[in-house]
Ligand binder design. Sequence first.
Ligand code: SF4
Ligand code: SF4
Length: 242
Amino acid sequence: MKVDRERCIGCRQCFAQCPVRAISLREGKADIHQDRCVECHICAYSGVCPKNALVIEELSYPRSLRSAFSDVKKPHKDTGVLGRGTEEMKTNDVTARLKLGRLGISVELGRPGVSTSFRDVQTIAMKLAPLSVHFEPENPVTSLMTDIRTGALREEVLEERALSALVEIDIPEDRLMDVIHALQEAEPEVDTVFSLCIASPLDPETGDIPFAETLRKNHIPFRPNGKTNVGLGRPFKEVERA
Ligand code: SF4
Ligand code: SF4
């Protein structure tokens, strides 16, 4: 993101639009801190600039990753999905990708106001990789890995930043606590916030969440959140047991 300094009148209208506080005043004009800017383009999309001075640039790789992960209007070229995750995580009742006995896990790093570096994304991926997890191949972060056995990302992307990024894996149900312990170990090593989402079909016989008891037993607080298929998406196939 650039400011056309000829046009800018330093009115500061755009400052509050930036989710990572990357815009400040320099010599009476708006100035964008290039390392902090995640190329989300919210400042420009907001339309607040009275002089049309906010310029969306054509970015070259690896900086282009910032907008690929942060600009909600931009579909990721690897997934074709708006946003940063795979569609299957949200539409499992249609795709039946997650089978009974397996859990879909997404670790979301960064939030508006905080953002994340890809070095922190790599730290999480490398903590999970030794557990022989299956990295979701359609996920944009997986597409940046040089080796899915280690979770290492391409060297040139590590200093890039995004508003948030998702590491997605699926695991056998009985490995859940191994994953949680690995994430607890990673927590002091990352310089951002992250949250954990666990997805699974409900047990077809009891209607229970298959992993709820494991979390309760280990005193891990959680918030159940259901997705209900109201019939707009017809299942490709019934959920199977892994
Ligand atoms: S593109 Fe996004 S991060 Fe960059 S200055 Fe604009 S609002 Fe802030
Ligand atoms: S809103 Fe436009 S004119 Fe005002 S400070 Fe931002 S870039 Fe400059």
